[in-house]
Design a protein around this ligand. Sequence first.
Ligand code: ZN
Length: 160
Amino acid sequence: MSNVTKGKVVGFAYHLRNSQGETLDESSDPMEYLHGYHNIIPGLEKEMEGLKIGDKKSVVVPPAEGYGEYDEKLVYEIPRTNFPPDEELVPGSQFRADTENGPVALFVQEIVGENVIMNGNHPLAGETLNFEIEIHTIREASKDEMEHGHSHGPDGHHHH
Ligand code: ZN
């Protein structure tokens, strides 16, 4: 019987709720990841360590070990005219912006008059995450997966 350890590809189902008990996300099919390579948030990955197939667990992940604390300084108000005219700007649209600290992901929070409120926080920043997880599969990673540091699909297909 194998356990979740570094270098294993783990398939698990999850149900994610916020601290108000509202569902934020739920897996339809089990999600696979390569354990020990920071492919999932740190607060969840460390609680996976040592679990076996069939194990169920409730995991509470504080923001610092999830998607980060909410940072007001990452909210920007940008004139609509700074965007290409054909760019569709609707709340939730994601953009990548190059900054002196490297690329950052921003999403459109709302449109206020002639300005676009852009937010560089992860949409789940500041949230305490309440996971219910169940381990479905554990297998050895292939050589390719170990070299890439992430899992590949059942047909060896790449998800990059
Ligand atoms: Zn790969």
